[in-house]
Design a protein around this ligand. Structure first.
Ligand code: RFL
Length: 392
């Protein structure tokens, strides 16, 4: 099999890249190890930046966001028994965030790709990459136990944190930057009407908690827990008691309870792999970087990478110009370090770290007070939360 761009992984990064290349008349094949139904139903990210929504709209993918997406203007930080809202829409002069779950983004992309007759191989693990230093790389895969190969001009690793593509970059050229946090998030979905429309963060001495609207009748809630915690340790009663304690404040509606339909624990880490390219291999999305979910940046950063890469590949084919391709890693990393800074900084500010001294805890409180209580603090949060510009 032969194509121009071989894409590993049918997550948001791989699907979006394939869609953007198609609109430019560039062929691609997506090879995905999981089944299509599984990829389409994974519950993950929930919040899209303004830039991600604009990007989807400009690529003909905005219809369902218009119907189902919930535009957000404000976020409510709760600490010290009080509410401290930041209106990021106002602070940024009109930028928003949208609650629109990742599985809906994936559904939109799959529908568009299928309608265009895209070549997507599911249940097909990629087993090796060869020849990425030369002009004709080969992607080796296995389909129904039979080995196959895809010949292409470029390979793009959109295969997430547990993928294989970044391991094809020679170790002596690679640098890994990593931080593992000493806590996780217990995430639940509840059949409960959200108490308020705004995303609400509880920054409590017992640990962080978050409430976010999913639909007008479904709430997504998170609780800081042990990094290796099991959902079985959390009875429904324990969950609701902890959520009330960390999120409710006097004078505002208490969170609404409802039937819990899903529970899962997510570990938290910051991770960045550089460079994001070697020879004819490029990495995009979680394959190159992971952020703690606190800033809602994972999916959005994957989209930002793909925007840069699609433009660079288009320049290569249409104008024979490779400067953007050569600069791909540097361009993405410059923005990504700012995103890492925001996500890690926020993560450190809102969680409770076991063993911290009263001095460190008071500094955390002062950080929260500066961020929510000053013009400069609110502006900095708002610019980052609604999304930094993508230099494509
Ligand atoms: P994905 O979505 O992990 O897709 C990678 C795909 O590659 C496939 N694959 C392979 N295929 C073939 N051969 C192989 N050898 C392969 N190895 C792997 C996998 O099966 C998979 O289908 O990566 P991508 O496209 O880079 O997208 C990244 C996002 O999925 C991720 O950053 C977000 O989900 C992170 N995230 C959030 N991001 C946000 O922007 N906003 C949020 O509010 C937000 N909340 C979250 C999150 C992630 C979470 N979890 C579970 C990790 C909340 C949670 C709980």
């Amino acid at each position: 099999m032969r194509t121009q761009v071989g894409i590993i992984g049918a997550g948001p990064a791989g699907l979006m890249l394939s869609h953007m290349l198609h609109l430019e008349g560039i062929s691609s094949v997506i090879i995905e190890r999981s089944a299509q139904e599984h990829v389409q139903s994974r519950l993950r990210a929930g919040v899209l930046e303004q830039g991600t929504v604009e990007m989807m709209r400009s690529l003909g993918l905005g219809e369902r966001i218009g119907q189902l997406g919930l535009e957000q203007h404000s976020i409510d930080f709760r600490f010290g028994g009080e509410s401290h809202p930041i209106n990021f829409h106002e602070a940024t002069g009109g930028r928003s965030a949208w609650v629109y779950p990742q599985h809906e983004v994936v559904k939109d992309l799959m529908t568009a790709r299928s309608a265009a007759g895209a070549r997507m191989l599911f249940e097909t693990p990629v087993t090796a990459l060869e020849g990425i230093d030369g002009p004709t790389p080969v992607v080796r895969f296995e389909k129904d136990g039979v080995a196959g190969e895809l010949h292409c001009d470029f390979v793009v690793g959109c295969d997430g944190f547990r993928g294989i593509s970044r391991h094809a970059i020679p170790a002596q050229k690679a640098q890994v930057h990593d931080r593992i946090y000493p806590f996780g998030w217990l995430g639940i979905l509840a059949e409960a009407r959200p108490a308020i429309k705004d995303i609400t963060w509880g920054c409590h001495e017992d640990g962080f908690a978050m409430m976010s609207i999913r639909t007008p009748s479904i709430t997504r809630l998170y609780l800081q827990c042990e990094p290796d915690d099991s959902p079985d340790n959390w009875s429904d009663d324990r969950i609701w008691a902890a959520l009330h304690k960390r999120l409710d404040v006097p004078g505002l509606p208490t969170i609404n309870e409802g039937r819990i339909t899903q529970k899962g624990v997510t570990a938290m880490r910051s991770f960045l792999f550089e460079p994001m390219q070697h020879g004819r291999l490029f990495l995009a999305g979680d394959a190159a970087h992971i952020v703690p979910p606190t800033g809602a940046k994972g999916l959005n950063s994957a989209m930002a990478d793909v925007k840069v890469l699609a433009r660079a590949i288009e320049r290569h084919y249409k104008r024979g110009a490779d400067e953007l391709l050569e600069r791909y890693s540097a361009t993405c990393l410059k923005r990504m370090w700012l995103v890492q800074r925001f996500s890690a900084g926020l993560c450190t500010m809102v969680h409770s770290f076991a063993g911290d001294s009263s001095f460190v805890r008071r500094l955390q409180r002062a950080d929260l007070e500066y961020m929510t209580g000053t013009h400069a603090g609110r502006l900095q949060f708002s610019e980052n939360f609604t999304g930094l510009p993508v230099d494509a």
